[in-house]
Design a protein around this ligand. Structure first.
Ligand code: HEM
Ligand code: NAG
Ligand code: NAG
Ligand code: NAG
Ligand code: NAG
Ligand code: NAG
Ligand code: NAG
Ligand code: NAG
Ligand code: NAG
Length: 321
């Protein structure tokens, strides 16, 4: 368990050294790259920094600026550290994994309901339906990244609103039962996305370590990210996630793998080691693993992108580009 954290920390030093002026420590990451990449440091260009990082991390590198770093994105089924990861199934209503805030269990929810990848590849959140789940998800994550990246002008004009989502990352993700491979893969794509638009090696590592430190250890104590009260922030909450240094597991509910809502979409869905499948109607809220081994459906659902296997396997070298 500890090896995950140390692997990531060691590996994070191996992002490539990219050319360009050094960021003065008095200038935030967001402000620096808003100016450097988009010619001016405004609320709008700060929003563009957020947009390019998230959109690239979802669908892979798609546009300029790109300094020659290739990004696969989280959309395709991939191999991370020798294990298959398929994050799409949390976004396409394959699993009972969404916290809708009113059901005391995960629900299946389609987040790709307003254009899917096409508007994302045009720096947009969705085709423009501001009530769509896709629009709300992307804009909320952009806004949250603005907080994490210290965008100084966020919230000062309409082009870059303040974060409007749930302040607790645990609450948002708690029915997903995300494991270190899923979390590690997403964080890796987000770090690569930043590197691909021109973040320096040092700033890419800061970004990587910010995400890993806040969200990748289970039972982490309440932490302030947004202005206000501390909140539970652990996103990686599967039993196999590394335990936070000052863990307080009593504050977190026991986490169970989400049940399958759509077998053809869920495909080869397995959790490496979990305590059971969540089931709100079963005694204790879950079904033991032996009674609920997820199905291996047709492999046709795969998007055919297992090519990463060749470059991503290995231990400490997993983040070497
Ligand atoms: C550094 C890691 C991550 C960060 C900072 C992050 C951040 C966020 C934020 C800010 C939201 C919006 C919350 C809201 O609208 O209230 C969100 C939603 C979501 N995230 Fe993550 N996330 C991370 C990792 C992951 C991973 C690994 C997955 C797995 C696929 C994931 C899947 C989702 C989904 C499906 C939603 C929509 C949930 C909903 O609206 O109910 N996230 N995330
Ligand atoms: C930079 O942004 C400021 C504030 O929005 C604006 O007044 C100025 O004209 C912009 N400069 C350029 C070169 O776009
Ligand atoms: C992604 O980045 C790589 C490396 O710069 C480049 O070869 C490739 O053409 C890019 N892909 C797209 C779709 O922009
Ligand atoms: C399903 O995933 C497991 C774990 O990654 C892998 O060993 C197995 O080969 C996969 N099966 C199919 C049919 O893809
Ligand atoms: C944002 O600012 C805080 C406070 O100065 C700092 O601790 C943190 O590392 C910064 N985050 C990033 C991503 O630079
Ligand atoms: C499962 O997903 C497929 C593809 O989106 C869809 O055609 C089908 O109706 C879904 N089945 C159920 C039971 O929701
Ligand atoms: C799963 O993880 C738990 C907690 O770390 C451990 O007690 C259990 O033995 C593991 N089960 C399997 C099958 O690996
Ligand atoms: C929960 O378990 C009940 C009884 O076994 C079953 O009918 C139902 O489909 C399960 N629900 C989920 C979400 O797995
Ligand atoms: C990746 O694989 C290595 C070697 O098997 C292992 O030590 C490490 O913990 C794995 N990392 C993750 C994220 O599981």
């Amino acid at each position: 368990m500890k090896s995950l954290a140390s692997t990531i920390l060691v590996s994070s030093l191996s992002f490539p050294l990219l050319a360009g002026a050094q960021r003065p420590s008095s200038v935030s990451i967001c402000d620096f790259y808003a100016e450097k990449l988009f010619g001016n440091n405004t609320a709008l260009t700060q929003r563009l920094v957020q947009t390019h990082i998230l959109n690239t991390a979802i669908i892979g590198n798609y546009t300029s600026p790109n300094v020659g770093v290739s990004v696969t994105g989280i959309a395709p089924v991939s191999i991370f550290n020798g294990t298959e990861v398929n994050l799409l199934k949390y976004f396409d209503a394959a699993l009972y994994s969404t916290n809708d805030g009113k059901t005391n269990a995960g629900v299946a929810k389609l987040f790709l309901d307003d254009g899917g990848p096409t508007p994302i590849s045009m720096n947009m959140a969705s085709n423009g339906n501001v009530n769509s789940a896709q629009y709300i998800l992307l804009t909320h994550v952009w806004e949250y990244f603005g907080v994490l990246l210290n965008c100084s002008k966020q919230g000062t004009d309409a082009s870059s609103p303040s974060y409007a989502g749930n302040p607790s990352m645990y609450e948002v993700h708690k029915y997903m039962n995300l494991d270190p491979y899923e979390q590690g893969w997403f964080v890796r794509q987000l770090a690569l996305a930043a590197a691909s638009i021109g973040f320096s090696s040092e700033d890419t590592s800061i970004w990587f370590n910010t995400m890993t430190g806040l969200f990748s250890s289970r039972c982490s104590p309440p932490t302030v990210v947004l202005p206000g009260e501390p909140e539970l922030q652990a996103i990686c909450i599967h039993d196999s996630c590394p335990l936070a240094a000052n863990a307080n597991c009593a504050l977190y509910a026991k986490s169970f793998a989400p049940g399958v809502a759509n077998t053809s979409l869920a495909g080869n869905y397995t959790k490496t080691n979990t305590s059971g499948i969540a089931n709100a109607t079963a005694t204790g809220g879950y079904i033991a693993p032996s009674a609920a081994v997820p199905s291996v459906a047709s492999v046709a659902w795969k998007l055919g992108v297992d090519v990463l296997a060749a470059v991503l396997v290995g231990g400490v070298g997993i983040l070497t580009l």
